[in-house]
Design a protein around this ligand. Structure first.
Ligand SMILES: [Zn+2]
Length: 84
């Protein structure tokens, strides 16, 4: 747990090397079990953990595609303005 920020003791603050050393999906499984989230959908922890991780991957992919689209759109506008 975080030892660099006295206000934070229950989780890692993410600054510098203050990060968990484990595996993200395994840690998601631990949290899912701690809160008995499996019971809500009668779904095993590993399936829920992989699903949540894939949601984050999909989000990152969508953001990247949006940035590419915005950048492409901006380039087309710039090209159009140069022709005027
Ligand atoms: Zn910390």
């Amino acid at each position: 747990m975080c030892t660099c920020n006295p206000k934070i003791r229950s989780f890692y603050c993410g600054v510098g090397n203050c990060r968990p050393k484990g595996n993200f999906i395994d840690d998601l499984r631990i949290v899912i079990n701690q809160y008995s989230i499996e019971n809500d959908s009668n779904t095993p922890d590993f399936i829920l953990a992989e699903y949540l991780n894939s949601c984050l991957d999909s989000f990152a992919s969508a953001i990247q595609k949006r940035e590419q689209w915005v950048s492409k759109d901006k380039n087309q506008i710039d090209e159009h303005l140069q022709k005027i």
